[in-house]
Design a binder for this molecule. Structure first.
Ligand code: PNS
Length: 158
């Protein structure tokens, strides 16, 4: 079965990569859907977030990435995916994910598998990584190399 791992990935972190790898261990193929939550503002443009996801997952067999426009359930149908996989770091994430999972299931029957974040990455979020990097901290422990470089370029130009 093919599964979709959706998110905004602003930018992709080691925590996201862990969820993508674990999703791939369960499912035959994984399509990472790079979208946007309409109530959030982003540091990176959609094309750049997708490019960074593709670069960071290039070495994982059976994983591809595509832009997500519109509803996630429509993306799942268009890509022949029978499941959604999301990571949850804490109870607040879980509550939010359960609401979306129920809504998505009610629309097309697609199921969501919620993976608990690895303890090692449970405090890592794109928001905190952006803050650390843009204020001069070292993001290297939390994100793939390609993102470290992009954050450094970004900081130099801002
Ligand atoms: O990184 P995020 O903020 O968890 O990503 C959220 C995202 C993009 C996965 C979510 O907003 C989403 O699924 N958007 C697509 C639009 C949609 O289907 N909305 C209804 C969800 S019930």
């Amino acid at each position: 079965m093919r599964a979709v791992v959706p998110g905004s990935f602003d930018p992709i972190t080691n925590g996201h990569l862990d969820v993508i790898r674990r999703a791939r261990a369960i499912f035959d193929e994984v399509v990472v859907a790079v979208g946007a939550n309409s109530s959030k503002r982003y540091l990176f443009e959609p094309e750049e977030r997708l490019e960074l996801v593709r670069a960071a997952t290039a070495d994982i067999e059976g994983v591809t990435a595509e832009a997500l426009h519109g509803l996630l359930v429509d993306f799942c149908q268009a890509h022949g995916a029978g499941a959604i996989v999301k990571g949850a770091r804490a109870a607040t994430d879980f509550d939010f994910e359960v609401g979306m999972a129920r809504m998505n299931e009610s629309m097309t029957g697609v199921e969501t598998v919620i993976l608990p974040a690895a303890a090692r990455w449970s405090y890592v979020s794109s928001t905190l990584v952006r803050e650390v990097a843009l204020l001069g901290g070292d993001p290297a422990p939390y994100v793939p190399d390609v993102v470290v470089q992009r954050l450094a370029t970004r900081r130099a130009h801002d």
